[in-house]
Write a protein that binds this ligand. Structure first.
Ligand SMILES: Nc1ncnc2c1ncn2[C@@H]1O[C@H](COP(=O)(O)OP(=O)(O)OP(=O)(O)O)[C@@H](O)[C@H]1O
Ligand SMILES: [Mg+2]
Length: 407
């Protein structure tokens, strides 16, 4: 039985529904259903998932709130199938008590949020957030089901000992450039917990973030982590940093590395943007990396900083051949020349990127420069990095194959 829907689509526009999306409550128990319906004033109410399905309109976003009676194994399974079949549906579970197993089951089912049924304010907020997200056509979720890879994907860490040198710009653009060239999944992780801006730069709402992924890493598998990623229109799967920084909070090394290696189990390439401050977690990440892009600028403080940082971290020993120097704004008219920098750092400037007005223009347009301005000098330089890293992947896997043959 559907309650309170007298319009042809079966979903009424009330306080919680908007012209941009519908809101529905699914709960077999009439008492719970009424209560949820009151909390989400104006939501259409359905007794069962089957009944909801009869009223879904293709292409029209709907936030479906599943009540406590649906939060059982069979209910989670049905919701998982529903979410996979209707990408425009955002599932929210309203449960009697939010516990780790319930959270895990809901995430596996592809739910976008889980809230306590009694907490009306949080529920309304969750519905609004999910509704806005559904409406945002630039971002959509990864289907709940992801296939695991035979070999782990490659982990590339974009790192510097100096702030503001272009780490995030480079991480975003090489991820987008890679996604255009490979059929494999490319993930982009923002490990800058405090000032991470990848979500903002790509216009992705930080609905599930690296802290959520880290919090569930003990019990998360690839499938579950897949539901936490947001797909950018470029095809890159993004794990952003939280929108509101909690100062002083750091991810333990095992959680940061754990999230990345779980992503490697189903993504061909994992690119990580890092904060400037380095700690045990970043060191562990650098150790785990297959490739490290060490980003420096063409100014004396930047080079001095890189030199000191490299010595302090003993980076050459940790990183060895996987360390690649990226000199950003390498055409800048300053007294330093590239050869001098190479000598000071003891590293070849493998990837120079010119200073390019197309970069800030693309930031203002909310687009990565490789997508916005394919012919710009900065695009060409960053595409070269992406192609080289993808090539390194091909070389590494054929080496592995050769190695196996020779055994
Ligand atoms: N090659 C380039 N040409 C022109 N502008 C650039 C270039 N690379 C980066 N920028 C600009 O420099 C600024 C800093 O870049 P970005 O945010 O990527 O640095 P970051 O190292 O991630 O900084 P933070 O340490 O704050 O995280 C941005 O405004 C960006 O648009
Ligand atoms: Mg940054």
């Amino acid at each position: 039985m559907a309650v309170a829907h007298d319009d042809p689509i079966g979903m009424t526009s009330g306080a919680t529904a908007t012209s941009r999306y519908d809101v529905a409550v699914v709960e077999p128990d009439p008492r719970y259903r009424m209560r949820l319906g009151t909390q989400l004033a104006g939501a259409a109410q359905f007794e069962s998932i089957e009944e909801l399905v009869q009223h879904l309109r293709p292409g029209r976003p709907v936030v479906a709130v599943f009540g406590p009676s649906v939060a059982v194994p069979l209910g989670f399974q049905q919701v998982q199938r529903l979410v996979a079949a209707y990408p425009e549906l955002g599932a929210v579970f309203a449960v009697a008590e939010v516990s780790a197993p319930v959270l895990q089951a809901a995430l596996r089912a592809g739910a976008r949020d889980t809230v306590a049924a009694g907490d009306a304010a949080t529920m309304v907020q969750a519905v609004a957030r999910v509704g806005d997200l559904l409406h945002d056509s630039t971002a959509s979720r990864v289907p709940a089901v992801v296939e695991s890879r035979a070999n782990p994907g490659r982990l590339t860490v974009v790192f510097s000992t100096k702030g503001g040198v272009g780490k995030s710009t480079i991480a975003i653009n090489i991820a987008v450039a890679m996604a255009r060239r490979t059929d494999e999944r490319v993930a982009l992780v923002d490990a800058d917990l405090h000032f991470g801006d990848i979500g903002v730069l790509l216009g992705i709402p930080p609905q599930t973030t690296i802290t959520d992924a880290a919090a569930s890493i003990q019990f998360a598998d690839a499938e579950m982590l897949g539901t936490m990623l947001t797909r950018h229109e470029s095809g890159v799967y993004v794990l952003p940093a939280p929108a509101e920084a909690v100062l002083g909070i750091a991810l333990p090394p095992e959680e940061l590395v754990g999230v990345c290696s779980a992503l490697q189990s189903f993504c061909g390439q994992v690119i990580v943007d890092t904060p400037t401050a380095f700690d045990d977690s970043i060191l562990a990440l650098l150790e785990a990396a297959d490739e490290i892009l060490l980003v420096g600028g063409m100014d004396i403080p930047s080079v001095k900083n890189l030199k000191i940082g490299m010595q302090a971290l003993d980076l050459a020993a940790i990183a060895g051949p996987k360390l690649h120097l990226v000199l950003n704004r390498a055409n800048t008219q300053v007294k330093l020349d590239v050869r001098e920098i190479e000598q000071v750092l003891g590293l070849r400037a493998e990837f120079p990127i010119p200073s390019d007005i197309a970069v800030p223009i693309s930031v203002n347009a909310g687009q990565p420069v490789v997508a916005q301005d394919p012919k710009s000098p900065a695009t060409r330089a960053m595409e070269h990095i992406a192609v080289t890293l993808l090539g390194a992947d091909v070389a590494a896997s054929s080496k592995k194959r050769r190695g196996r043959k020779q055994q």
